[in-house]
Design a protein around this ligand. Structure first.
Ligand code: 4AD
Ligand code: MG
Length: 475
């Protein structure tokens, strides 16, 4: 079996024969070849005596070429690595053109790499980001399994709009140019599923059904939103983790959310330190080019440890509203969107002020005005707020959104009417309240938003392999 470079680097050098396979990162002085196979941030150095090799073969050892090197593993004489391979044999799998290969051994801009997303994974930066992403998803499963949650897979094609926001991608096999009509409207009864369907915006409603039988469940799957938000925080296709727990109230829900994000961030501090150190270094260089007031005060690893080691601030919407209103009144902070009437939606500038300037740590806001949140959230006794919660992170804003769910049938029905949501379509959802209803809660974590935070990267398009955003579905 071929060893990965990560595994070879851990061996004790005893002149044993090893084979390393990967892509050439660098070839210096016709002697030193650095190869990387993506398993680790470190390259393996292979030392060759060019006199023993054919000129034609040497010419093919260019950055980006894929090769296999066989030789003795020895202690390295140079600094920068513990071991190296003394090359005895080289095989070239695929050549690479020294000038035409887009990923040259130099620093490329994120924009350039986005246009070359099929090759960007060969860079140190992207392989680091994607290794951290992979470890984070492992930590997600590890956390929930250790907490006795069951993993459920909810449908990707659905007929319900879980968030009631209407921002969905239609799924149809009808002819786009001349669909069958019924009284001048498209006749969806003749569509593939005999009804109007689209890609899911959230697996929550189905997860609720499973929680009310399995107890504690979580989903981890792709979600799709046709919102026209061209920001550094929004994707049209993103991955979401949605735990749902029977017999949990809002407070236990917030406790779980806090424990969960701390667990997964702590997991990567422990298991991805080399990648994080590299990303920190790369980002520090970029910070220097930013104006002083926009620079991050903390370095990446320090910032992660800060979140893991400090209790999140928990405040009600009304309290947050008071703070923001007083800040504008005292002219401490000038907001573009005024904070004058209770009930307004907080904008990103308000959230960032609370998190980054006022509390200087993650903030959980709960009990939002009922009008601004989804129909399924539980109405509080004051009848004007719902048991909702958002977790806000520095530099990101909302990373988690969740709530206690409305478990009382009559109140749920009223809320559905208020939001113009069809009880016919969601008959099964209301039935969960008719038979054996229980208090229950859950939340959704946008996976790319936590990868963004964990890697310190500033654009969400750079933490998912092939981003989908308005006007872009390249690759
Ligand atoms: O707040 P949202 O819309 O909540 C729900 O979908 C609920 N059904 C969750 C639940 O209670 N089970 O979305 C949840 C999270 C947000 O906090 C954000 O992190 C992320 O999903 N998110 C996005 N991430 C990337 N691109 C987008 N367009 C996103 N929209 C939401
Ligand atoms: Mg939300």
């Amino acid at each position: 079996m071929t060893l990965l470079i990560k595994e070879i680097l851990k061996l004790k050098p005893k002149n044993q024969l090893v084979t390393a396979k990967g892509w050439v990162k660098n070839f210096r002085a016709n002697k030193f070849i650095s190869i990387n196979d993506g398993s680790t941030i470190q390259n393996i150095q292979c030392v060759m005596d060019f006199e023993n090799f054919d000129d034609l073969l040497i010419k093919k050892i260019n950055t980006g070429a894929s090769i296999s090197v066989n030789g003795k593993l020895v202690k390295s004489l140079g600094s920068g690595q513990d071991v190296e391979i003394l090359v005895e044999d080289i095989k070239i799998y695929g050549e690479s053109h020294p000038e035409k290969y887009p990923i040259q051994p130099k620093k490329h801009s994120f924009e350039f790499l986005r246009e070359n997303a099929h090759l960007r994974i060969r860079t140190t930066t992207f392989s680091s980001i994607m290794r951290v992403r992979s470890k984070l998803s492992y930590a997600v499963h590890k956390f929930f399994q250790e907490e006795n949650f069951q993993y459920v897979n909810t449908p990707i094609i659905t007929s319900n709009d879980a968030e009631g926001a209407g921002e969905m991608f239609r799924v149809t096999t009808l002819d786009a140019k001349s669909p069958p009509l019924e009284k001048n409207n498209v006749d969806f009864k003749r569509d593939f599923f005999s009804k109007k369907t689209h890609l899911t915006v959230s697996g929550q409603l189905e997860a609720e059904s499973y929680a009310l039988g399995l107890g504690k469940v979580y989903t981890f799957g792709p979600t799709f939103r046709a919102e026209n938000s061209n920001t550094t925080r929004h994707l049209s296709e993103f991955w979401m983790i949605e735990p749902e727990m029977a017999f949990f109230d809002l407070e236990s829900n917030i406790d779980l959310a806090e424990k969960f994000v701390k667990y997964i961030l702590n997991f990567i501090i422990k298991n991805c330190l080399n990648d994080l150190m590299f990303l920190e270094e790369r980002l520090c260089n970029e910070e220097k080019n930013k104006p002083k007031n926009e620079r991050n005060e903390m370095k990446l690893i320090e910032k992660l440890k800060f979140v893991v080691n400090n209790k999140f601030e928990r405040i009600s919407y009304s309290k947050a509203f008071e703070i923001l209103k007083n800040c504008s009144k005292n002219k401490k902070k000038k907001f573009e969107f005024l904070v004058n009437d209770w009930g307004i939606d907080f904008q990103s500038e308000h959230e960032r002020y609370l998190v980054e300037k006022y509390f200087k740590k993650p903030v959980v806001i709960f009990n939002y005005p009922s009008k601004s949140k989804a129909f399924y959230m539980r109405l509080n006794d004051d009848e004007t707020t719902v048991a909702a919660m958002d977790v806000l992170f520095p530099g990101i804003g909302e990373i988690i959104g969740g709530s206690q769910r409305e478990e009382r049938l009559n109140i749920l029905k009223n809320r559905m009417n208020e939001f113009d949501i069809s009880q016919n379509d969601l008959w099964w959802y209301t039935e969960l309240r008719r038979f054996g209803t229980v208090p229950h809660s859950g939340f959704g974590l946008g996976f790319e938003r936590i990868v963004l935070f964990a890697t310190g990267i500033s654009n969400i398009r750079d933490v998912i392999p092939f981003p989908r955003t308005p006007n872009n579905a390249l690759f």
